[in-house]
Structures are given as structure tokens and as C-alpha cells.
Design a protein around this ligand. Structure first.
Ligand SMILES: *Cc1c(COP(=O)(O)O)cnc(C)c1O
Length: 346
């Protein structure tokens, strides 16, 4: 059962909304034992890389596409740092509707580009950054009457609330801290809305602190002003002027949370720790929260013993180039056992 069917009573769907699904949602929430011990907290990871196109974007995309179909849209359009395009292209392919995706030229991780092309979207590389591509996508959608499926589309945030509901169902409560990477700032806003909705329904008693983590080179919510030339290895959060900034600020303020930034080196170190000590391979942007928790621990600002959930927004396989730049190459040997045993001794 997908997000729409599972949560139809909590979402703005009607009988006419098509119950499309690629099996999104219901992703694992896994306790990361080794890293919990290292940080002195109870740390859980929400494996959003297990969604059908490999990122959390599928939760919102299924809603946005279903609503676009319900409204008779002729085509979908989006701008993307990569994962939105992969997700939009997948659901468009399944629904049989054309999809145009605008990407910042040369700044999209290889796996994501391969996905958008394989799913058969019209892929257009814009010589400019994401913020510019989004401006163009919105203008084109308006001119042509196409459905825009970026997170400016309110149905995206509705579907993304489902992540919060699943966490509460597994933990039996909300976590103390909710740690999440922030790019265009839709996801942090959606999670906060989801937690609040569950509290209003009496399904949970407490709300988490919303802890948003940005890359130091693309940290408009930390510095308090738009960043004209965002730059970071975490391409999924390489965004200088977040569309949902106002909602994200509200979420952080209301929840008593914080925005923090982490450097690319800290992000890559966290990615390596999570893979090699946790057995979980997440893409760089997804590792900003862990980098942030490690940083706060070093600064003595991580309350000990709390329950924290970090959202691992996308699968590590999406960005093989960044991963390969961090690790050695395999040792190559001939086909003799002696040589193998020699190498195994190290
Ligand atoms: C889209 C994305 C983000 C950022 O989410 P926002 O809702 O734009 O803040 C973070 N990580 C990954 C892997 C993403 O694809």
C-alpha cells in the first residue's frame, strides 16, 4: 500500500484522486547502535533511500502527480538538484504523462541524471543554478498550463508529512530531536506539519525540536540572507534561496529548534562514518544531520540520552562519483591463492 491509500484519511484526497503508487513510504526506521554509543544518544535513521526512486521525494511526488492527474494536467514540469527530477520522471512514466525536468548544468549527481533519462523525461540542462532553473520552470508551467511538481506545489508537502507519521508509529512517540538536511526547506516544514497534525489528533503527546542542517556553502537559513552562489559537494541541498524558508523558520522557532551549518569535509566524514560503522550508505546531503550532531557533540551542545531521528533523505548509490573520491581503489591481484592470502594479511 502506498502513501495515498495508507493515509487517505489524513490527506486532502477525494474519491476522484487516482490511487497511484510505486510502493513509496513505509521506509525502515533503524537504530544506529555504534553511532548512538559514540554520541551518547539514542539515534535512529529513517532510510528514505529505500523509496522507489531512492529518495524521500517520492512521498510528496505521488500526491502531486495524483492531484495533477485528477485536475487533467497535460504535462508535469519541475526544476531539480536531481532527486525531484528522478521522482517526477518515475511517476510520470507510470502515469503515462509527459514530464519536463530542468537541471543545473553539470551539477547533478550521476545516478540521478541516469534515472531521469531512463524514466524517459525530457531532461533540460540550464546553464545556471537551481534557483534560476526553478524560476524558469515556474514561468513555463504558468505559460503552458502544465503542473509544477516542485515543493511550491502544496501537495508535495502534504505527502511528505507521512514520514513524520511513520516515525511516531514506530517509536510510539515523537523523538526529542528531529535532525534533517535543509535545501529548499520543504521537507523540514512538512515533517513539522505532520508532527503537529498527529499531536492535534492525540496520537502523540510531545513534539520534537526541529534541527535543520545546511551545508556551509549554501546556508541561507543560518546566515539569515539568500546565498547568491551556493556551492557544496552535497548537491541535493545546493540551494541559495529556499522557497519554503518562511515555513522552515516557523517550524524551527515554534519547536525550539535551530539551524546549523556543516562544512563539506564534515559532511563527507559523517558519510564515511555512517557507511563504515553503521552499514548505511546515504548520499552526501543526507549526512549533513549526522555531521551536525557530531559537531554539536564536540561543542558540548548535544544533550545526552535524548532520542534523535535523522532523516537519511537519499540513497548513497545516487552519487557514486563523490563516494569514489573518498575511498581507495580495490587491490588488484592475479589468480593465485598465494597472492590472495598475502593481500589478506594486509
Ligand atoms: C531534496 C533533498 C533534500 C532537501 O530537501 P528540501 O525539502 O529541499 O529541504 C535533502 N536531501 C536530499 C537527498 C534531497 O533529495
Amino acid at each position: 500500500m502506498g502513501v495515498i491509500e495508507r493515509y487517505s484519511e489524513l490527506l486532502p484526497v477525494t474519491e476522484k484522486t487516482p490511487r497511484i503508487t510505486l510502493g513509496e513510504g513505509n521506509t525502515p526506521l533503524v537504530r544506529v547502535g555504534n553511532v548512538s554509543d559514540m554520541l551518547g544518544i539514542d539515534l535512529w535513521a529513517k532510510l528514505e533511500g529505500c523509496n522507489p526512486s531512492g529518495s524521500f521525494k517520492d512521498r510528496g511526488m505521488v500526491m502531486a502527480v495524483a492531484k495533477a492527474l485528477e485536475d487533467g494536467a497535460k504535462a508535469l514540469v519541475c526544476a531539480s538538484t536531481g532527486n525531484t527530477s528522478a521522482s517526477a520522471a518515475a511517476y510520470a512514466a507510470a502515469a503515462g504523462v509527459p514530464c519536463y525536468v530542468l537541471l543545473p548544468a553539470g551539477k547533478v549527481a550521476l545516478g540521478k541524471l541516469a534515472q531521469a533519462l531512463m524514466y524517459g523525461a525530457a531532461v533540460i540542462a540550464v546553464r545556471g543554478n537551481f534557483d534560476k532553473a526553478l524560476e524558469m520552470a515556474r514561468a513555463a508551467a504558468e505559460r503552458e498550463g502544465f503542473a509544477i511538481v516542485n515543493s511550491v506545489n502544496p501537495y508535495r508537502l502534504w505527502g511528505q508529512r507521512s514520514g513524520a507519521w511513520e516515525i511516531c508509529e514506530v517509536l510510539g512517540k515523537a523523538p526529542d530531536w528531529h535532525a534533517i538536511p535543509v535545501g529548499n526547506a520543504g521537507n523540514i516544514s512538512a515533517y513539522w506539519a505532520g508532527y503537529k497534525q498527529y499531536k492535534e489528533l492525540g496520537k502523540i503527546n510531545t513534539l520534537p525540536r526541529m534541527m535543520g542542517f545546511q551545508a556551509a556553502g549554501a546556508a541561507p537559513l543560518v546566515t539569515g540572507k539568500p546565498c547568491p552562489n551556493p556551492e557544496t559537494v552535497a548537491t541535493a541541498i545546493r540551494i541559495g534561496n529556499p522557497v519554503s524558508a518562511h515555513l522552515a523558520k516557523e517550524a524551527v522557532k515554534e519547536s525550539g529548534g535551530e539551524f546549523n551549518s556543516v562544512t563539506d569535509d564534515e559532511i563527507l566524514a559523517a558519510q564515511h562514518i555512517l557507511s563504515s560503522n553503521g552499514g548505511i550508505f546515504a548520499e552526501p546531503a543526507s549526512c549533513a544531520p549526522l555531521a551536525g550532531l557530531i559537531k554539536l557533540k564536540k561543542e558540548g551542545r548535544l544533550p545526552q540520552g535524548i532520542t534523535a531521528v535523522m532523516i537519511l533523505t537519499g540513497n548513497g548509490l545516487k552519487d557514486p562519483d563523490t563516494a569514489m573520491s573518498q575511498v581507495g581503489r580495490p587491490v588488484e591481484i592475479g589468480d593465485s591463492l598465494e597472492e590472495l592470502l598475502e593481500v589478506m594479511k594486509g
